[in-house]
Design a protein around this ligand. Structure first.
Ligand SMILES: Cc1cc2nc3c(=O)[nH]c(=O)nc-3n(C[C@H](O)[C@H](O)[C@H](O)COP(=O)(O)OP(=O)(O)OC[C@H]3O[C@@H](n4cnc5c(N)ncnc54)[C@H](O)[C@@H]3O)c2cc1C
Length: 415
């Protein structure tokens, strides 16, 4: 397949996920508005498009967060400044406006998360694919792009059976390397490296973790609402924490995971108070109601019985002993565990469950006002393939929407 006609420019988009579809929709709508003939082609390796988008937000799709750009940028860790710049060009309100103007009813929850009112991710996909269909965007499914070259102003994509496709502009929207069953297997990094782009170190983000030490399956299923995690020099929480059969999950772990490495020791406080405050609290209660059993007294902290039993057992403390009989040293050990229990963690094998890839195409080599490569003309990157990631709450899809809308706009304007 070799297509290129001088009269009508050709845009190739690698990846039919959130950012690839959004880029194509924006480019196609803009071309129609300008009454221009532009040939737009999406190459998607899967049998169908948007496999990952379909499972976002437990298939309900948390599209974005109803939030002003300045405030929203705070939810992207060290990418705060970069995202402020990107969101100043295309923000969450524009995303919301786009979907509503194309007939998708949206609902904003009290916490600010925006969903399709049907709570069906498929409806989001339907809106995008309808725009593409109506504007004759060609979607080539089962079409993995295996190689890429640039030659005299054109991009040459190698497809299956060594077929080639030539385009005037190229948008790389191949996603990250996590949840590879959805097709995002990190191909974009290899393709970009082939064009001398830098890929920053890749790691898992928004991931549950395995625990390789001091862990008992007895804890599995316990949920804590206000846990605090200390990992990689960062404090995160209070947020919910969940003990799984292998380790730890829940928002506080997902948000901390990008600061963890395998074999790191993290500390978890099961309650948002200091060790000293905890000690004072349980010492006072043991003194005041010393006739009651220690376990009964500890339950006044509102921490789950199974967790308290686990901690007492691990220190060889009999929870049925009277509070008044428990020495200060023992109370200190209990306080220490409740407010800073150590766990050695592992992220091995977790790529299949990590929601996001942290790291990617270096932002330094991208013009943020256009999302165009600084190394090649008419080469754009958008979505998760970039070295950008955010917290849960619609912030990651907003990266995809913003970067792809900006890329498509500039691409159309300069072709
Ligand atoms: C379980 C889960 C739930 C999530 N929920 C939310 C949520 O509710 N809200 C939110 O904001 N974010 C959520 N995210 C994150 C969100 O899904 C991503 O940020 C978003 O999908 C990134 O879009 P993308 O287009 O850049 O990449 P992707 O959606 O990964 O799309 C990349 C596409 O490129 C294709 N591709 C890759 N390589 C090639 C190749 N060589 N040739 C052709 N095609 C190729 C892939 O098959 C894929 O279809 C969730 C993620 C997961 C895993």
């Amino acid at each position: 397949m070799r297509k290129h006609s001088p009269g009508s420019p050709t845009i190739a988009i690698i990846g039919g996920g959130a950012s690839g579809l959004y880029a194509a929709a924006h480019a196609a709508l803009q071309a129609r508005q300008q009454a221009r003939k532009v040939s737009i082609h999406i190459f998607e390796k899967n049998h169908g498009v948007a496999k990952k988008l379909a499972i976002t937000g437990s298939s309900q799709c948390n599209i974005t967060h109803d939030m002003a750009p300045q405030e929203m940028a705070e939810h992207y860790y060290e990418h705060n400044r970069t995202m402020r710049s990107i969101l100043s060009k295309y923000d969450a309100y524009e995303t919301i406006g786009f979907f509503i103007s194309h007939g998708l009813s949206l609902t904003t929850r009290e916490d600010g998360k925006v969903f399709p009112s049907s709570f069906h991710a498929q409806d989001v996909i339907q809106v995008l694919t309808t725009i593409l269909e109506e504007n004759e965007v060609e979607i080539h499914t089962s079409s993995p792009v295996s190689a890429l070259t640039y030659d005299a102003g054109h991009y040459i994509l190698t497809l299956h059976q060594d077929k080639e496709f030539t385009s005037d502009a190229l948008i790389i929207a191949t996603g990250g390397f996590t949840y590879p069953d959805t097709g995002s297997t990190g191909d974009g990094y290899r393709l970009a490296k082939g064009l001398s782009h830098t890929v920053t170190p890749l790691c898992l983000a928004l991931s549950p973790v395995k625990v390789t030490s001091s862990f008992s399956p007895l804890l599995s299923g316990i949920t804590l609402e206000n846990a605090v995690v200390y990992a990689g020099g960062k404090r995160r929480g209070p947020e919910a924490l969940l003990f799984t059969h292998q380790g730890l999950s829940g928002p506080v772990i997902l948000h901390s995971s990008r600061f963890m490495n395998t074999q790191d020791t993290i500390r978890v406080s099961f309650i948002d108070i200091s060790e000293q405050e905890m000690y004072e609290q349980i010492r006072t209660i043991c003194a005041r109601e010393g006739r009651k059993q220690l376990l009964t007294l500890l339950l006044s902290t509102a921490l789950p019985r199974r967790l308290l039993e686990f901690i007492l057992t691990s220190h060889g403390i009999d929870g049925s002993r009277k509070g008044a009989e428990i020495g200060k040293q023992t109370l200190r050990r209990i306080s220490r565990d409740l407010t800073g229990m150590s766990f050695e963690v592992s992220l091995k094998g977790m790529a299949s469950r990590a929601i996001i890839t942290s790291g990617g195409i270096s932002i330094r080599e991208i013009d943020l006002s256009t999302m165009e490569s600084k190394l090649y003309p008419h080469l754009y990157f958008c979505g998760e393939v970039l070295d950008l990631d955010g917290e849960t709450g619609g912030y990651n899809l907003q990266i995809a929407w913003s970067t792809s809308a900006i890329a498509a706009g500039h691409c159309l304007a300069t072709l």
